[in-house]
Design a protein around this ligand. Structure first.
Ligand SMILES: [Zn+2]
Length: 416
C-alpha cells in the first residue's frame, strides 16, 4: 500500500490530468494483479449496463473522448485475457447506447476499454462486493446524457434513485387517484415481474431463469387486463433489465396504482417444496420460516442485481412506519382472492396468505401482493412454468382475483 502522502500527491497529479484512479469499492485491499473472469453487457431502453466480474477489486479510471463520442475505462493491474477480448462480441446491434467496444493492453499495467457511443451518455460507475455466486464486480451504467423525464418516467426515477433524491420525492406522490376505480376512471394495476438483467432470480434444475418466466406471465396478464376496458396495466419492467426494488415501488406510486402485483417463481432449499403462494407485507416479521426465507432472498435482489453507492437501506427506512394497517388488510383481502383462484390451477403451498417483510411490497397506500406462481427448484413445477398453458392459467387466475377484489362493494365504497 502507498503511504497517504504519496497517495495524495498522486491523486493531485491524476486530477490534473483530468481523471483519477478509483477503487471499485471504496475500501483498500486490491491485489496487484486482477483477473477479469466475466464480462456482461445488458442493453435496455432506459440504460445499458456493463459488468466486469473479477477475482479482486478493480482499480479503474474513466474519462470521455469526442469525435467520435467515446467512454474510456482504464483498469490498472489487469492483463488482457480472452474474457476481456470478448467484450466486442457482447455488444448487440440493437444496443441503444453502445455502438462498439474494444479492448487493449494500454501499457504493461493497464488494460484500456473503449466504448464507442450511439448517443451522449452519462456514465455511472461503481463496485459491488461479492454476493451469491458473483465475485467482485465493477459496474458501468450508461444513461442518456439528456434525460427526458417527461418521455420516460422510469428514467426520472432511476436518476432520482442514483442521486439519492428518491426518498425526498416519494412522499409527494399520493396513493390511488380520486374517484371510484373502474367506474369514474380506469383501475390502475402495476405489474412487477421480479428480478431482471444481472439478477436472474431463481434458476431451475434445467436452467430455466425466473426472470424470463415471470416476465412472460406478466406480459400475458397485462394483455388480459388491458382487454378489460375499465383497467389499465403498467409494468415495472418489460424487458430484461435490472430495476432496484425501491424504484419498482416508486413507479407504482408515480402511476398512482390501485394495486401492485409482484410476480415470482422462486427456489427453496429443498427440491420437494412445491405449490403456489401469495404474500402480503408484514410489519411484524414473517409468519412462517418459508416466508422469512423468501423475503430474505427477494430483498437480496438489489445486492445481486447491483445497487451501487446509494446503498439501499430500504428495510430500515421510515416509510416502513408509514405503511398503514388498512393497506395491509386490503392486501390480505386481495391476496386471498388471488390465492383462491390459483388453487384451481395449481396445488397451493399454503392455504392462507403468508406475510413477510418484502421490500417490494412497501408502497404505503397501495394494496400489494407478491405471487409465488410455483417453485422453480421443483423439477415438475419448473416444467410446468415453462408451458404457455400454465403461464396463461396463472395470468387468468390473477385477473380473476383482481376482478373479485374490485367487485367487493363494501370495499369499493370505502375507496371511492
Ligand atoms: Zn423471485
Amino acid at each position: 500500500m502507498p503511504d497517504s502522502s504519496s497517495l495524495m500527491s498522486r491523486r493531485r497529479l491524476l486530477q490534473g490530468a483530468g481523471a483519477m484512479w478509483l477503487l471499485s469499492v471504496s475500501k483498500v485491499g486490491f491485489a496487484a494483479s486482477s483477473q477479469v473472469i466475466a464480462v456482461r453487457v445488458w442493453p435496455a431502453s432506459s440504460y445499458t449496463r456493463v459488468t466486469l466480474e473479477s477475482n479482486h477489486q478493480l482499480k479503474y479510471r474513466q474519462f470521455a473522448l469526442s469525435n467520435p463520442e467515446r467512454v474510456v475505462v482504464d483498469i490498472e493491474g489487469a492483463h488482457l485475457n480472452s474474457v476481456l477480448k470478448g467484450i466486442g462480441s457482447q455488444v448487440r446491434g440493437d444496443d441503444p447506447f453502445i455502438k462498439s467496444a474494444r479492448v487493449g493492453q494500454f501499457d504493461p499495467k493497464t488494460v484500456r476499454m473503449v466504448f464507442e457511443l450511439k448517443q451522449n451518455v452519462t456514465p455511472h460507475l461503481f463496485g459491488l462486493a461479492p454476493v451469491a455466486e458473483f465475485k467482485e464486480r465493477l459496474v458501468m451504467d450508461l444513461y442518456p446524457a439528456n434525460m427526458n423525464s417527461e418521455q420516460d418516467p422510469l428514467l426520472a426515477l432511476l436518476e432520482d434513485y442514483n442521486t439519492g433524491q428518491l426518498d425526498k420525492k416519494m412522499p409527494a406522490e399520493k396513493g390511488p387517484q380520486p374517484g371510484k376505480a373502474g367506474r369514474d376512471r380506469p383501475i390502475v394495476i402495476m405489474l412487477d415481474p421480479g428480478h431482471g438483467g444481472e439478477d436472474p432470480g431463481a434458476i431451475g434444475p434445467n436452467k430455466t431463469r425466473e426472470k424470463d418466466i415471470v416476465l412472460s406471465i406478466a406480459r400475458r396478464l397485462k394483455a388480459l387486463l388491458d382487454k378489460e376496458g375499465n383497467m389499465k396495466a403498467y409494468m415495472t419492467r418489460n424487458e430484461d433489465v435490472f430495476i432496484p426494488l425501491k424504484v419498482r415501488v416508486a413507479k407504482a406510486q408515480k402511476q398512482r396504482a390501485d394495486l401492485f402485483v409482484s410476480i415470482h417463481a422462486d427456489a427453496f432449499t429443498t427440491a420437494a417444496a412445491r405449490g403456489s403462494s401469495v404474500f402480503a407485507l408484514s410489519t411484524k416479521g414473517a409468519t412462517s420460516t418459508a416466508a422469512k426465507y423468501l423475503a430474505q432472498t427477494q430483498n437480496a435482489s438489489d445486492l445481486i442485481g447491483g445497487v451501487g453507492k446509494s446503498g439501499d437501506r430500504y428495510l430500515d427506512h421510515t416509510m416502513f412506519d408509514m405503511v398503514q394497517s388498512l393497506t395491509i388488510n386490503d392486501s390480505l383481502k386481495f391476496g386471498k382472492e388471488v390465492l383462491h383462484r390459483l388453487g384451481k390451477v395449481n396445488k397451493l403451498h399454503k392455504n392462507s396468505v403468508d406475510q413477510a417483510g418484502f421490500a417490494v411490497l412497501k408502497a404505503p397506500d397501495i394494496p400489494s401482493i407478491l405471487v409465488e406462481t410455483a417453485f422453480l427448484s421443483n423439477p415438475e413445477e419448473e416444467r410446468k412454468l415453462r408451458t404457455a398453458k400454465f403461464q396463461q392459467e396463472v395470468a387468468e387466475s390473477i385477473l380473476a382475483g383482481i376482478k373479485a377484489y374490485f367487485s367487493d362493494s363494501s370495499r369499493l365504497a370505502r375507496r371511492g
